[in-house]
Structure formats: C-alpha cells, structure tokens
Design a protein around this ligand. Structure first.
Ligand code: NDP
Length: 433
C-alpha cells in the first residue's frame, strides 16, 4: 500500500497470494533472508511513453503507452498488450504480476510482463488502428527482443493488430524474428494460438471436474464475454458436449435457452470478430440489455471470459442459490476479492485464471519454439501439446495441497504456492538484484 498507493487492482492481485504463501516462509528461511516477497512485488521496470498518431481527419491524437517488465528470472518477459480506455498503470501491474505466476505454472521458460495503451480502437477505421499500432511500436521496439521481452495480444489486440505491430517492428529493425506472438501462421505464427486460451480453459475445467468425479458432457455452462477467449471457450465446450447457455459483451447478455449450436457459433464469430458488431444486433439467441448471465439464467458452471472484477459477491450469492458447481476463469481476475472469498468458502470448484487461462501463453511459447527452429507444427500437434500442458498445469495446482474436508482441491492456493515457489527459488539462486 505504501509503495504503490493508488494501484487498487495491483493491491488486489498481490493480497490474493500473500495469505497463501505465509507457510512457505516457515519452511524456507531463505525466502525471508533474501526478502523475496518484497522484491517480487516490485516490477523490474515500468516503461511509460507517449504515443502520437494522426486520425482520419488529420487531427493529432495523443495516448499513453506502457510496458511493465515485471520479472524475468524464469525466462524473457512474456505477456500481452491491451488497448482499451480502462488501461492504467495499476491494471497493467496487476496483469504483469499475475502473468509471472501463470507463466511459472506452465513449466515453460517465461518471465512475466504486460503492456498496452489507453487507446480505444472502437469506432476507429482500419487505417487509424494501423497508424496507432505503428506509433506504439515506434517506441516499444527499443525495449523488446526475442530473448528479452516478447509481447502478445490481449483485449482489443488480435491478429490484425499483431500484424500491424510486427510489420512495423520488422521495418524499424530490419529483423524478422520471434519478437511478438499471436502472429498469423502465414508469417511465423503458430496454428492454434487464436483458439488456445479458450480451448485451454475448457481443458482445465475438464481436468478439474474429472478430479472430482464429474463430467463436462451434458453440463450447463454460462460464459461472459464474446471476444477471443469467450468464443473459443464456447466452441470447445460445445464440442465436448456441454450446454452453453450464454455469452455477453459490454452491452448485455445473449441467452440460448436450449444451448448454443455450431451454427450459432459460426454466426456470432462473424458478427463479433469479422463485423465488429455488438451482441445487441444478433439475430440468434435472446438479448438482455444491461444484464449479466447469472441475472437471466442458471447453470452448473460459469466461465468468466471478459474483464477484471466483473463478478461481485452478490453475483456469487445468486449463482450459489442456483446450484453453481464450478467457476473456471478465462479472464484475468474476473472475480472481486469478496466474490473469490465467498466462492472458496462455499466449496465450489474454483479454477483461477493464472492456471485456467494459461493455454494462450503456453501456445505462445510453442510459437517461439517454432520460430527458433524455423518450423511450423500442425493444428493437431499444437492442440495435443496444449491438452498435455493444461493437464500438467492442473496437476501442478494440486501438487502442494490436499482435498479439504468437503473433498475439494483448493486450486487457487495450490496455484499460488507452486508459482511462488518457482519464482522465489530462482530469485534466491540468482542472488541479490
Ligand atoms: P477481446 O477483446 O477479444 O474480448 C473482450 C470481451 O470482453 C468482449 O466481449 C468485450 O465486449 C467484453 N468486455 C470488455 N469490457 C467489458 C465490460 N466492462 N463489461 C462486460 N464485458 C466487457 O479480449 P480477449 O477475449 O482476448 O480477453 C478476455 C479476457 O481474457 C481478458 O481478461 C484477458 O486478459 C484474458 N486473457 C486473454 C488471453 C488471450 O489469449 N487473448 C490470454 C489469457 C487471458 P465488447 O465487445 O462489448 O467490447
């Protein structure tokens, strides 16, 4: 609180791990001796820069850009870029901090970072988005590199924006190298990266349900969001025989009483991803303006795949009354601190984002491997590896914990313990920096 006074989201993310790791300090005196926690909380560096670009009317626009390079003990900084008016230093610091734990859980050699801008791409032409991306990279390129910091996409940064960013990096440096992930497979991207986070959430959910003698097939699922993560989580859940009842966006919730079909899926992908229209304009499903999924229906599983702090304590109360069994986070920190506490106290299954949504960054790491050896793997090969990685992440979450009296694994605590141990051990081994 003293060192980062206004960073509320960052405090929330840090507080969430502190209680869980207290016991480790008794087990390993080196952690206190080397003051690991305080060092781990402080980002290695926070880069902030001006981004100036010209809109279609010839006006000069000014935005802020950031790259938070949080910790690189386990590998080059790795984490996405978010372009959204809600982006602030606090949001990016929480995301970068969580990313360190997430990347540690994958078992792959990656440190943690995050970046972005308060630029709002909504309502901007393609040319404006391109000019913004080029202006953003004009500054960012000097701080990143294939063995140093490798950004990817996040909210409002998809394959189109990654293409513009990468094109400008290549132009500026005259180097074609694996400095960004989420590229098109046409120029060095990995097959399966676009789908990886959403599919990975469902693979994690299946592992979690199976570890508690439950099945996904036939289970009802509510999903929030209708962006990259939400749509692919819905797609995979449908493929696995679940009944997907909702998606949502910033305008409201779309409900499918009998479950979404493959045709609904194709239609919504076109509507949201190709045409960039709101769900309110959908001609399939029933749209509820300004409502959240739990206000219009009930389901055994919630996959929150939109934005941070979307699910509050009241929402959890409502869902628990409606026979909620599991929450698995596609988004980063979608539950408020109160919501998380209530959910854990209720003994529902809870897959925290730092574990459940790690599929995207894991496939980003596979993209780097393919770039390094100048090869491209098939979608099937990448999906096979993604499934194995999500199963391994699930097992790491329960490596340092046992089932509680209600027979439920505390995944959130397990993820924090595993991630912290890896990071802290590396920090002790590296000595004081
Ligand atoms: P997208 O930009 O593709 O989609 C974001 C979705 O969230 C949209 O449906 C958007 O609605 C909705 N949304 C945004 N703000 C709000 C709000 N205030 N209330 C309700 N809905 C809102 O982003 P992604 O799908 O890539 O990312 C979603 C989440 O998943 C983020 O938390 C991200 O950090 C996390 N994540 C993403 C990864 C990835 O690989 N992409 C990897 C790991 C985590 P609208 O269309 O109206 O704007």
């Amino acid at each position: 609180q003293k060192t980062h006074p206004r960073d509320t989201e960052f405090h929330q993310a840090v507080t969430e791990i502190i209680d869980d790791i207290a016991d480790l300090y008794e087990e390993n005196p080196d952690y206190a001796r080397w003051n690991v926690l305080e060092r781990l909380i402080e980002p290695d560096r926070v880069l902030r820069f001006r981004v100036c670009w010209e809109d279609d009317d010839g006006h000069v626009q000014v935005n802020r850009g950031w790259r938070v390079q949080h910790n690189h003990m386990l590998g080059a900084y790795k984490g996405g870029l978010r372009f959204d008016p809600s982006v602030s230093e606090s949001v990016l610091k929480f995301l970068a901090f969580e990313q360190c734990f997430k990347n540690a859980l994958t078992g792959l050699p990656m440190g943690g970072g995050k970046g972005g801008s308060d630029f709002n791409p909504k309502g901007r032409s393609e040319r404006e988005v391109m000019r913004f991306c080029q202006a953003f990279m004009q500054e960012l390129y000097r701080h990143i590199g294939p063995d140093m910091d490798v950004p990817a996409g996040d909210i409002n940064v998809g394959p189109r924006e990654i293409g513009f960013l990468y094109g400008h990096y290549v132009k500026l440096t005259n180097r074609w190298e694996g400095v960004l992930t989420g590229k098109s497979p046409n120029f060095g991207g990995s097959c399966g990266r676009v789908e990886a986070t959403g599919y990975g959430v469902v693979y994690f959910l299946e592992n979690m349900l199976n570890a508690h003698d439950r099945e996904l097939e036939g289970t009802s699922v509510m999903i929030t969001g209708s962006g990259n993560v939400a749509l692919h989580a819905a797609e995979k859940a449908i493929q696995e025989g679940a009944k997907v009842l909702t998606l949502s966006d910033s305008g409201g919730t779309i409900e499918f009483k009998d479950g979404m079909t493959g045709d609904d899926m194709d239609y919504l992908k076109r509507l949201k991803q190709e045409e960039g229209k709101p769900l309110a304009e959908s001609s399939s499903g029933k749209f509820h303006q300004g409502q959240k999924p739990w206000q219009v229906t009930k389901a055994a599983v919630l996959l929150p795949c939109a934005i941070q702090n979307e699910v509050d304590g009241d929402a959890v109360d409502t869902m628990l009354k409606n026979e909620l069994v599991a929450v698995c986070e596609g988004a980063n920190m979608p539950l408020t601190a109160e919501a998380q506490e209530k959910l854990i106290a209720s003994n529902s299954l809870y897959g925290p984002g730092k574990a459940a949504n790690a599929g995207g960054v894991a496939v980003s790491s596979l993209e780097r491997s393919q770039n390094a050896i100048m090869q491209s793997w098939t979608s099937e090969e990448v999906d096979r590896q993604l499934k194995d990685i999500m199963a391994a992440i699930h097992d790491r979450c329960i490596e340092h914990v046992s089932k509680n009296k209600a027979g439920v694994y505390p995944y959130s605590r397990g993820a924090n313990l595993y991630g912290f141990r890896r990071l802290a051990d590396a920090m002790v081994a590296f000595g004081l920096h």
